[in-house]
Design a protein around this ligand. Sequence first.
Ligand code: UDP
Length: 242
Amino acid sequence: MITIITNKDLGTGTEASQRADGRAFDELRPLKIEAGVLKRADGSAYLELGGNKVLVAVYGPRELHIRRLMQPNRAVLRCRYNMAPFSVDDRKRPGPDRRSVEISKITSEALTPAVFLEKFPRSTIDVFIEILEAEGGTRCAGITAASVALADAGVPMRDLVVSCAAGKADGQVVLDLSEVEDKDGEADVPVAIMPRTGEVTLLQSDGNLTAEEFEKALNLAIEGCKKISKEQKNAIIKRYGD
Ligand code: UDP
C-alpha cells in the first residue's frame, strides 16, 4: 500500500511554485505518440515528450539462430537502446557504451513481464530504440514507445508497460524531469508499471532523497505513468480503431 504524500505534506510550500520551464510540480511535458510509422518493421512507434524524440522498431517473434541465447520454452526479448550522435549537445560517440548497455538491459527487464514469451519457444523479439533527440528521461520515453511498437507488431501482451520518472530538483519533488532538472537536480527516480495491475517493472533511483521524498517521487511517477498510458492507448486506437 502506497501512502500519498504531497509537497504540502513535506512542508516545502512549493505547491504553487513553478519550475524553470514553467511547469507545475506534477505536470508532464507535452506528449505525442504515434503507432505504425515504419513500413519495413513488424511494429513501430514514434514518441515525443518535450524535447525527446524517440523511434522504435520491433521485429518478431522470429526464429532465434544464436543457440546460446535460445530458450527451449519461451522467446527472448532483446532490446537495443541507441542514442544518435546528433541527439545531444556534445556529439555522442556512435556505438554502445556502459550507459546504453545498462538502459538496454533495464528496458528488456521492464517489458518482459508484460509479454507472453512462453507462446514463442526458441524465438526472439527484437526491439530497437533510437533516440533521435534527447532532453532528459529517454529511458522512460524508450520503454513507453517500445510497448506501443510491440502492440503494433501484434505481440501478445498482458498490458502496455508505461514509464515515467519523477525526482527532486531545486529542493522540490517533481514529475518528469527535464534535462536541466535531471543534470542539476538532486535525484531521479525512473519507474515503469503495468497499469492494469499496478505491478512495478522498473524502479531506479539516482541521487539523494529522504524516505518520504522517495515515496512522494514514486507516487508522482506512477500518476505520470497513468496519464501517459492513456496516450499509448489513443495511439493504438488511432491506428487500429476501438
Ligand atoms: N545526455 C547527454 N549525453 C549523453 C547521455 C545523456 O547529453 O551521452 C543527456 C540526455 O539529454 C539525457 C540526459 O542527459 O536524456 C539524462 O541522461 P540519463 O543518463 O539520466 O538518462 P535518461 O534520463 O535519458 O533516461
